[in-house]
Ligand binder design. Sequence first.
Ligand code: DGJ
Length: 729
Amino acid sequence: MSIAFCAENQVFSLTTAHHLYQMKLAEGGFLLHLYYGLKTDTDMSYRIHCTDRGFSGNPYEQRLNRGFSTDTLPQEYPCAGVGDYRAPALRVLSENGSRSVDLRYVCHAISQGRMSIPGLPFARTDGDTETLTVTLRDEVIGLEADLLYHVFPQKDMITRSVRLRNTGSGLLTLEKAASASLDFLCGSYDVLHFHGRHCMERLPERMHLQHGIFSCGSVRGMSSHQHNPFIVLCDPHATEQNGDCYGFMLMYSGNHLEEIEVSQTGSTRVVTGIHPDGFSWLLRPGEAFDTPEVMLSYSPDGLNGLSRQFHRMIRENVLAPQHRTAGRPILINSWEAAYFDFNAEKILQFARSAKELGVEMLVLDDGWFGKRDDDNSGLGDWYVNEKKLGCSMKELSDCIHAIGLQFGLWFEPEMISEDSDLYRAHPDWALCDPDRSPTMARNQLVLDMSRQDVVDYLYASMCHVLDNAVIEYVKWDFNRSIANCYSHGLPAAQQGETAHRFMLGTYRLLSRLLERYPSLLIEGCSGGGGRFDAGMLFYCPQIWCSDDSDAVERLEIQRGTSYGYPVSTMGAHVSAAPNHQTGRVTPLRTRGVVAQSGTFGYELNPGLLSETDKEEIRKQISDYHRYADLIACGDYYRLTELEDSPDLSAWMFVSGDRKEALVSIVITHVRANGPYPFVRLCGLAPKKVYRLEGTEKTCTGAALMHGGLPFVSPMGDYPAVQFHLTAEN
Ligand code: DGJ
């Protein structure tokens, strides 16, 4: 049993293989947070201080017990308006204008397994998953909250979400409904968050938390290039390999907010969930609202330790079961090879040349539908432009299959061009304020996915294309942030629901398509990595990591992404040199080594390759096949910290049985007469003796981890070195 309630002490204990999460029911039905960290096998109630503090008020029934204050006690789901002045998880507007909400314990239930969350992605169960539901209630307004805790013991993970129910008779409006809040009673922390921009996503930034609120999030209608919905709270001394780290990953692809507040008492609160800006949700009597799920994990083994826990959880509990292991096709994508300038013959030439190199799938990117010779028109018209192609999609896909490749196609379902038949027929299907010109981006508008008729249209038109050709893969793009988030299908009082209903519509469309085409591989994309989150990963096991395909820039992007997400989810391609985004020239080998740590593929015109390049690509592909399991399922370690090793980037994979490892190093600045290059390896078995392939050298794991691996840096710009290690004992 991983969930227990001790009636005598009124303590809930959630136990995973190594960790303990404890809560206490206090007098008056307040649910307090006691502890999250390494197992203690102890009732941690002694940690609660009840001291009288000026200006921290008391619940009415505790007015003579001035030490009991919602303002200072650690709360599991803090509510606004009733004396806790820290960031709340919940704010509710009642029909009479009151914004106070006071949730108290009613009952709880412990069950095996878990239920799904209606309309939202969630962590899939393991055999030993258990669920705790704690029901809290505000008697005055009749609001009930089911706090849901799902425990994944072997993963050292807990997921949380909340179901809010209006059991009263008045209208309630949710103004903020976070997925989880966690109070740390003591300790001083750093926050690590992942910021970025188009073409440079998920850069780690670490800062020390001080009094006040640190927050990051997105109000772009998408999880965004700018702030990923994953943050880490860590000990200021934590390194890649050591120290306490807590991760919070929201499984959601829309607007999100992460807040961390250090209070007057030195406690730290983390609140994460849907961004409250522009959000409101009308909850009529009898209705319920579900928040997205958040995954929580703790590791005493530094940032790498925490990353490995999230990698495993995402691979085994977020991705659909058929995508957990290696086996995704090595693809060639037409975008950087042709942009909008292609016809079937050109695509077939790519396919023939790529097949000779060992590529397994051809993906036809943007430009095959409606009127679409540039990015100003055609979105929404998902019918094949046979005039441009020179044949039907069936003929093209048949020819590609005859060459021996699988076939994939690009869509951008949630968008609409003003210059499209769809817009001319249904201008009200675009998100846009009444009487106001919309804000344009990439000269396109966003479809109102909150409308069922829009979702039905997209489903029917996509199915029509997918049914009429053999298509194994879809690239699902999303190329602008949302503005003018107004739905013509909702009344004025419910406009605050549009952004979340948009995400529910997108998830519904993805689910319906996957139900109909269970083996379809969908790669997420949003101008690269603008929607790289665990919500999308529930449907799309891989996401194009960035529109920046430059190998040197990708080192930073993929490294930053790896804090939360496994490499098997990162779309990564070898592209042409000079690179189209930076003009940088890198060796083909280096481009291969970098793309190999992702869902490997190519994005170049294979007809332009020299014989030497072709030989190198054949080798890259055979190496990728050889290491595919190790890369997709092995433990991943970042070996270099950017500040300490500005001249190189190194990472490695270790197999579960620690008998095999692959070390990759890219030297970003080769120096004349520079320092000896060394990397210290991680994750090996200390006593095993490893052979470094291609050399006569053998070394114990302990030596390689403590003494490091010396290597000779090749000359030239951005060279890469790889070591494949196999254990001899
Ligand atoms: C943005 C994507 O990230 C690119 O790979 C490409 O698919 C373009 N959109 C097409 O418009």
